[in-house]
Design a protein around this ligand. Structure first.
Ligand code: 4NP
Length: 149
């Protein structure tokens, strides 16, 4: 079974959306989870604005709970998609070897290869930021799902 982990900072805005979107595009032969590099929101539900935009597109992510990324995630997952350069640096700082590092990918490189673009953090912005993030993640997850299936 291929296992994919989505990572952002808080695990309440971007990565729970990415988890829900990718899950919806893959069969049960895949396992998808998400985590945050920070521990601010451990045990918390996704941000209401992420829940709302997901619901608008037919996905329920309200049951998800935040957790922090940990070194053993390098063993538990085959692919680790980060949302931005800061997440990349934080995740790679926990890697033990080159094999761990090779699992870490910028999610937007699926649409814009090798550009290392950030999925903007919508936390401090308005609702349109969440809509924008949803669309970016939906496009990236389409490419991921097609490449894995
Ligand atoms: P996320 O957004 O990394 O997309 O979940 C954030 C959520 C919370 C905070 C920062 C970013 N925070 O500072 O609490």
């Amino acid at each position: 079974m291929t296992k994919i982990l989505m990572v952002c900072l808080g695990n309440i805005c971007r990565s729970p959306l990415a988890e829900g979107i990718l899950k919806s595009k893959l069969s049960n032969d895949f396992y998808v989870d998400s985590a945050g590099t920070a521990n601010y929101h451990t045990g918390n539900s996704p941000d209401k604005r992420s829940i709302t935009v997901a619901r608008k597109y037919g996905l329920d992510i309200s049951h998800l709970k935040g957790r922090q990324f940990k070194t053993s995630d390098f063993d538990a997952f085959d692919l680790i998609y980060v949302m931005d350069g800061s997440n990349f640096k934080d995740v790679v700082s926990l890697a033990r070897n080159d094999q761990d590092i090779s699992k870490v990918k910028f999610i937007l490189n699926e649409i814009y290869p090798n550009q290392n673009y950030d999925v903007p953090d919508p936390y401090y912005g308005g609702d349109d930021g969440f809509e924008n993030v949803y669309k970016m993640l939906d496009e990236a997850c389409d490419v991921i799902a097609k490449s894995l299936s």
